[in-house]
Design a binder for this molecule. Sequence first.
Ligand code: HEC
Ligand code: HEC
Ligand code: HEC
Ligand code: HEC
Length: 139
Amino acid sequence: MLKKFFACGVMSLFIMSCAAILAFAADPGPAEITLGEGGKKPAVFPHKKHQDAFKCADCHHGMADGKQVPYAEGQKIEKCETCHNTTALAGKTKGSLALDTLKGAGHGNCLECHKEKAGSDPALKEKKIDKCDTCHPKK
Ligand code: HEC
Ligand code: HEC
Ligand code: HEC
Ligand code: HEC
């Protein structure tokens, strides 16, 4: 009787902690994404592969009073275009990049990192991760 009760207790603790982990882990989103689908230069993006190598905060952030706020665990994650459009971020730039376009957000995040990594790792340079075709494969 006591033994059964104990086993049952351990079992329900286990189930409860699983439920807690499921409830608190951030929604990882799709494993594969195509950005700018239907546009002139769609970009392929292996999301899962990047999640395994980088932090959510390396790419996701929020906004308050029109300013960028760093990613916080559990925050709502929205599509880049929700903010990177000509209404929310009109006229904002980063160097020569127009941040009020998806291209500006994409090149400011994706291309900058690819250039940086290719510059410091010969194997990644060899893989041409800094070249257009990596993200915009020829059809
Ligand atoms: C290397 C950059 C990068 C990393 C790292 C990354 N993401 Fe993403 N994530 C993106 C991009 C880009 C999109 C597509 C946004 C869009 O469609 O505009 C996306 C989309 C998403 C979406 C879907 C949003 C929507 O409304 O369609 C979720 C959810 C998400 N990511 C969660 C996460 C979580 C959680 C992590 C960390 C475990 C993470 N991402 C790590 C770049 C990244
Ligand atoms: C909730 C709104 C919001 C969302 C969603 C958002 N951004 Fe931003 N982002 C901003 C704001 C605000 C700035 C700062 C603009 C300024 O003041 O120059 C910014 C700046 C940037 C910059 C330039 C500064 C830097 O960090 O390098 C890049 C690049 C960028 N965002 C990429 C992205 C990408 C890629 C996504 C989608 C994965 C995304 N953003 C989603 C609001 C957002
Ligand atoms: C923080 C750095 C970083 C960011 C941001 C980033 N990447 Fe990458 N990406 C990498 C690195 C490093 C690799 C090479 C991984 C390897 O082969 O070891 C890579 C590889 C890739 C590949 C090739 C995958 C393969 O299977 O060979 C594609 C396509 C790609 N990235 C697209 C994107 C797109 C699109 C974005 C923006 C939405 C993005 N990346 C953002 C660092 C980044
Ligand atoms: C690391 C990934 C990556 C690399 C490398 C990259 N881009 Fe992009 N590019 C993107 C993303 C993400 C977008 C935004 C989504 C879209 O419109 O495809 C984009 C958008 C664009 C657009 C806008 C398309 C439209 O419909 O408005 C053009 C043009 C473009 N890129 C040209 C280039 C050229 C030329 C190169 C090489 C010098 C290049 N890109 C390299 C990720 C990349």
